[in-house]
Design a protein around this ligand. Sequence first.
Ligand SMILES: Cc1cc2nc3c(=O)[nH]c(=O)nc-3n(C[C@H](O)[C@H](O)[C@H](O)COP(=O)(O)O)c2cc1C
Length: 382
Amino acid sequence: MTERTMPANPVTLADHEARARARLAPDRWAYFSGGAADGITLRANREAWDALRLLPRVLRPLAHGHTRSTLLGRPLVHPIFLAPVAYQTLAHPEGEIATALAAAAQQAGMVASTQSGVTLEAIAAAAGPASERGPLWFQLYLQPDRGATLALVQRAEAAGYEALVLTVDAPVQGARDRERQAGFRLPPGVRAANLPDAAPVAGKAASTDALCGGLAAQAPTWADIEWLRGATRLPLLLKGVLHPDDARQARACGTDGLVVSNHGGRALDTVPATAECLPRIADTTGGAWPLLVDGGIRRGTDVFKALALGAHAVLVGRPQIWGLASAGAAGVAQVIRLLRDELEIAMVLAGCATLQEVRDSVLLPAATSGIATARSDEAPTL
Ligand SMILES: Cc1cc2nc3c(=O)[nH]c(=O)nc-3n(C[C@H](O)[C@H](O)[C@H](O)COP(=O)(O)O)c2cc1C
């Protein structure tokens, strides 16, 4: 949403977006909202969810419906996670502390970024005991030296994080033209609080020497995944996988699941929308292996569609920042609650009492879209 007036009473995620945009300085807005290069993937993520149509069933029993499920052996009250988003103190002075409080209050999963503006220990303390909140996971960027990576992993284990999410799609930053045009720089006092001052920050700005100047030599490889698998007792998920062959290899390496993601269109522009990649990956990995997806999820119907395409849960990135900038912890909590309420409305109206019934339901491509139907073998004859 770009040209809307600011809503007094936000009732959609787009309303929170308008409020956040009005509150944030233009360079910070460019940092949070921008995509890479021409924003083709950024737009495609949204368009792909919109291009799928729900095909509801009627007259089904819904009396005992719920949104509960189990992921990595842990109960989920609903399937909505907050994606790792760096430097949240740019959006609100309480940053990730406010986000953690909101996630806990709403029983949402939260994935804390390596590049959080506050420490991973402070986030875990704010999130509270595991029995009273949703899952708390730590997003890891491999550090150039394994000792530094291991130190982060051990801190996350000690602080009570329940899984590691290794991001593999951003060894260097994408061509983030919008934020550069806006002159965005981290202001004094905002830094990656988990890392020592001098530590190189992963996903750091690419320049013309990204490949030849040595940064690519630090990019993680499959050998690092095997090393990491052996270095932690926590479940390990990879984030940023789009190709079915990579999904297959991730599974063969002993990882515990994937986040199908293109970094919210911020890494390599012109890669496909995640809604386009998800069904192929789900076909490759089978129905039970944990799959999550993010990118452009803004409505409960998008969550529904993601599950119908084979995901077990979804993550939202920018919307948590909209809530945070617009009203701190209360804003983030409202963003989660709105999405969850919309998911429940969609489930009732589509005739699905459980997430399993959502996963078994059928989507159709919009007449104008080139996106394949979720699972073509299940498409009904109309
Ligand atoms: C401002 C910003 C910062 C991000 N920082 C991280 C990060 O530190 N680590 C990471 O794995 N992904 C990061 N991401 C990507 C998100 O985790 C997620 O993949 C993406 O935002 C999902 O798309 P959406 O914003 O359309 O929901 C960031 C995204 C944004 C918008």
